[in-house]
Design a protein around this ligand. Sequence first.
Ligand SMILES: Cc1cc2nc3c(=O)[nH]c(=O)nc-3n(C[C@H](O)[C@H](O)[C@H](O)COP(=O)(O)OP(=O)(O)OC[C@H]3O[C@@H](n4cnc5c(N)ncnc54)[C@H](O)[C@@H]3O)c2cc1C
Ligand code: SF4
Length: 454
Amino acid sequence: MTTGRPWHPERLFYLISSARHFAKELQDAGYQVEYVKSKDTISGLKNIVKRYGKLPISCAKPSSFKQYSALQDFGVEFVENDFFLTSRELFSSWASSQKSHLMENFYRKQRVRLNILVEGTKPVGGEWNFDKENRLPPPKNYKWPAYLTHDRDEIDLAVAKELNHTPKNYWATTRAGAKKQLDYFLKHHFANFGPYEDAVTTENWALHHSLVSPYINNGLLHPSEVISAALKRFEKGDIPIASAEAFIRQIIGWREYVNGMYWFLGEEYRSNNQLNAKQNLPVFFRDSSKTQMNCMRNVISDIEERAWVHHIPRLMILSNFALISGINPQQYLDWMREVFVDATDWVMVPNVIGMGVHADGGTMMTKPYAAGGAYISRMTNYCKGCFFDPKKRTGEDACPFTTLYWDFLDRNREGFSRNHRIAQQLRGLDRLSDLPELRVRAKEVIKRSGEGTL
Ligand SMILES: Cc1cc2nc3c(=O)[nH]c(=O)nc-3n(C[C@H](O)[C@H](O)[C@H](O)COP(=O)(O)OP(=O)(O)OC[C@H]3O[C@@H](n4cnc5c(N)ncnc54)[C@H](O)[C@@H]3O)c2cc1C
Ligand code: SF4
């Protein structure tokens, strides 16, 4: 997973340096460690077998179908993967009993099962979900707390040299550093996590997000310790329930749900393309300077810098663009896997194929997350400095999101006609008087995004 594809150097640096630090910690604790460099896991295991003979090999159930079958064929013995709070079997028994797989229903069950923010079977604060109090746009004249930086040590520098990369200081590569990040979040950001969770601003790259996903995904932090620490902090009494509930929902709800769905939906799910989306990935996804769209340029250059942007840029900017411009879902998925520091198969496949680009026809989400420039203009400060106008649908300076949003509804009108959750948006489409010009402009926008001139 380090060669053969244009992996983001910060992602490679983070994963390899964390592994090196872990090997060193085990050695320091008295374990015998063989650190093998090989082209893939199976070749590495063959190397070990050659040197040590046929030892029994135990392994936590891996986090992708591909690795699972490769290791199974090799004859390893699996133990439960304890990076999650819900076993694959338990999730599957819940999902099999449901007509639709609403995350919110799963989450409520989790709250009761794990006894988190509940009094008996009732939610603390009287509501299961406080998002109607959240979802605020970016605040004006707000002082964002500084984010933690992580000093690089000798192991980091050695890994960076091998990768020919100058390491940044955004990501910790040790368990101690990951714990520090969690503590820092709880101290400085937790209280305001909820209200600005969906906001995006050029004034601060992380806002009040926790930045713990890379650590929970590679095992430097366990989800149960993140939850215990958050609950302990909440019990002090100065964290609003809307923030505490929102953060806890991400971990015991969304994260567990996405992993459960990955295994429940099966290996073929990743190949879905039910909207028949065929465009190639636009040039600016690999080079942020190749677009005048202020939102895209900022989000992609943030990714170029640190291999991370928060949930809303991933969903409402990157995936929204891929959805409404009809980018091939598998090309887009490959790109997302390569450029994010926290990407792994179990988490990217459902988030991209199901939630991001609706390529599964609605198995996961009842409605596509499609939006025009008005949403981006409300929830970010990108539009102010942009060449395009979020209110315009046609013309040279029409916002590509606004044009493509209506064109997407128009192109998929028939397919969506039976979905009552999109009915209102389709009625809006019926009221447009400039649909013929809009269709022409949409073709132009898609052509230009392919050429890198949008
Ligand atoms: C298209 C798309 C792709 C995504 N790809 C990834 C990915 O490759 N890896 C990844 O860990 N998350 C992914 N997410 C989920 C989410 O965007 C990130 O977990 C989050 O931005 C990480 O930053 P944070 O730790 O500051 O999160 P916070 O906003 O502070 O949330 C706390 C934690 O909740 C969990 N979480 C929240 N939402 C999700 C979700 N939808 N799926 C899984 N876990 C969730 C994460 O562990 C996260 O660390 C994706 C979301 C979308 C829409
Ligand atoms: S006007 Fe359109 S392209 Fe420009 S920043 Fe706003 S949403 Fe993005």
